[in-house]
Design a protein around this ligand. Sequence first.
Ligand SMILES: Cc1cc2nc3c(=O)[nH]c(=O)nc-3n(C[C@H](O)[C@H](O)[C@H](O)COP(=O)(O)OP(=O)(O)OC[C@H]3O[C@@H](n4cnc5c(N)ncnc54)[C@H](O)[C@@H]3O)c2cc1C
Length: 411
Amino acid sequence: MNVRPVPGLTDRINELRSLTARIVNEEILPNENRLWIHEGRRPYSDADVKESARLREHVRDRVKQAGLWAPHLPQEYGGAGLSFLELAYMYEVLAYATGAASLFGVVAPNSGNESLLARYGTEAQKEKWLIPLVDGRLESGFSMTEPDQPGSDPRSLQTTARQEGDQWVINGHKWFTSNGTRADFFIVMCRTEEEGAATGRMTQIIVPRDTPGVVVVRAIEVWGAESDHCEIIYDDVRVPLENQLGATGSGHQAAQDRLGAGRVYHCMNSIGQMWRAFDLMVERAAVREVHGGRLETKQMIQAFVADSYMDVQSSRMMTLHCAQKIDSGEPARTEISAIKVFVPAAYHRVVDRAIQVWGAAGVSGDLPLARMYQTARTLRLADGPDEVHRILIAKNVFAQRHRGGGWDFAN
Ligand SMILES: Cc1cc2nc3c(=O)[nH]c(=O)nc-3n(C[C@H](O)[C@H](O)[C@H](O)COP(=O)(O)OP(=O)(O)OC[C@H]3O[C@@H](n4cnc5c(N)ncnc54)[C@H](O)[C@@H]3O)c2cc1C
C-alpha cells in the first residue's frame, strides 16, 4: 500500500503510519495466504499449519519490537497508549491487510474486553484477566445479546444475577457471543435489580468458561459458514462476588463505553478494508481489456472509481473528526452514531463495486472481497443497527434545536 508522510500531522502520527505500513507491506501482504492457512479451503498439511503459526508469531514479534502492540491500551497494561486520533491514522493502514488486527493485538471481542477491564477492573481482576488477555495467554467473549429479547434495546435483557452469600448466581440465555468457541472467560451482562424494582440495574460479571452451568450450546452458522459466534446457556452459574466488574448497576454505562469505542474501531478498520478494495478495483480496471478497451476507459467504471473515492475519503474525514472529538473529552455520541451508520454503508458500496469490476473473481476465495462484503453487511446491524443510530442522531439534533441553536458542524 502507498503510505507517505502527511504534511501537517505530528511526527508521532507519521512515524506510526510508516512503521505500520512497513510491517503490512513487508510481512503481511506478501504472506496473506500462508498466514491464514488454517482458514483456507484448499488442502494443507500439518507442516503448513505449523508454518503459518510460526509466521504469525514472527509478525507479532516485529509488531511488539516496533512498539505497536495493543495500540488501544495504556502502556501500563502492555499497550502502546495511543489517542483515538493516533489510532484512527494507524488503523486505516493496518486494516488494509485482511486479519492484520489480530497481529497487532487488537482483535474483537478481546480488545473491547481489555478496555473494559482496564477502566472498570479491580487490581486483582486486571492481574488475573487483563494482563493474560493482552499478552495472548487467555481468550474472552462478551455475552450480552439474547435470542428472545431485542439486542437493539439492551435494557430489555432478561439474564439475571442474584446474590447468594458470597456468590453471584447467574441464569440466562445468550447468543452471538463472539469468540465463544475459544473464550476462557465471558463478560456477561446481567440484570441485578432488587425484586420488583421499576428500572433495570445491569451489572457485568466475569464468568470463567469452565464454571459448572456454563453450556455452550452451539456455534451459530453465519453467512452459510461455521463461525465462533456462540449460543450459551447460563444455568445456575455460581461465581464469587469479586467477579463483578465495576459497581452494581454500572453495566449499561460500561457496555456503552465498550461499544462506543468498539464502533469507532470498527469504522477505522472498515476504512483500511475499503482502501484495499479501492486499490484492487483500480488495479483491475487499469489492465482488464473488454470490448476493445481497458475497463478504465469505460465511463461506467470511471463512475465506480469516482464514487468509491468519495466514499473512502468522506468516511475518513468523518471518522477522524469523531476521533478528535473523543480525544477532546467532549461528548461524541452523535459523531459515533453517524460514522456507525455511514462508514459500513460506504464500505458495502465500495466492496460491491470492486466485486463487479473483478467479475467472477470478485466473489471467489482468491480475493478478500467476498469476505469484506459479508463483514460490511454484518456491520450494519451488529453493535446497534442503523435505525437505532439514526434515531439517536436526530434526537440530539432536535435537542440542540430546542436548546435554541442550530447544529455546529465544526464542533
Ligand atoms: C456477527 C455478529 C457478531 C456479534 N457479536 C456479538 C457479541 O460478541 N456479543 C453480543 O452480546 N452480541 C453480539 N452480536 C449481536 C448484535 O449486537 C445484535 O445482533 C444487535 O445489537 C441487534 O440485536 P438483535 O439481533 O436482537 O436485533 P433486534 O433488536 O431484534 O432488531 C432487529 C431489527 O429491528 C430494526 N430496529 C430496531 N430498533 C428499531 C427502531 N427503533 N426503529 C426501527 N427499526 C428498528 C433494525 O433494523 C434491527 O436490525 C453480534 C451479531 C452479529 C451479527
